[in-house]
Design a protein around this ligand. Structure first.
Ligand SMILES: [Zn+2]
Length: 112
């Protein structure tokens, strides 16, 4: 291992701090001094690691994946809803424009 290579290449990924994948928790390097305290997943309570704990907001890999999937699904749902609202608004505007046109025609015929 050289200084230029990232440490993460040589260390096992255990989980994450927080529900996204921004802050990974890697296994300690050989010979590292670590606390002898468990890290539990804050969602499923499964032990992520026997050392380096305690941590308040640790997520296991499967809970993180599940959470990200759920968030993405919600985002898609929201985008679809917005799109449907926009379509409904446009249809309404078109109907109103048509109605106004009919009204003006009728007024024109009535006047003539
Ligand atoms: Zn979990």
């Amino acid at each position: 291992m050289t200084d230029k290579e990232p440490l993460s290449m040589y260390r096992k990924l255990l989980g994450y701090n927080g529900g996204d994948k921004k802050y990974p928790i890697f296994a300690p390097m050989a010979g590292a001094l670590v606390t002898q305290a468990l890290i539990h997943c804050c969602q499923c309570r499964e032990a992520i690691s026997g050392t380096m704990g305690p941590r308040r907001d640790a997520w296991c890999i499967s809970c993180t994946d599940e959470h990200i999937e759920t968030v993405e699904k919600e985002k898609k749902e929201e985008a679809r809803k917005k799109e449907n609202d926009a379509i409904a608004a446009r249809k309404k505007a078109e109907a109103e424009a048509l109605e106004a046109e009919e009204e003006s025609k009728k007024n024109f015929l009535d006047d003539g």
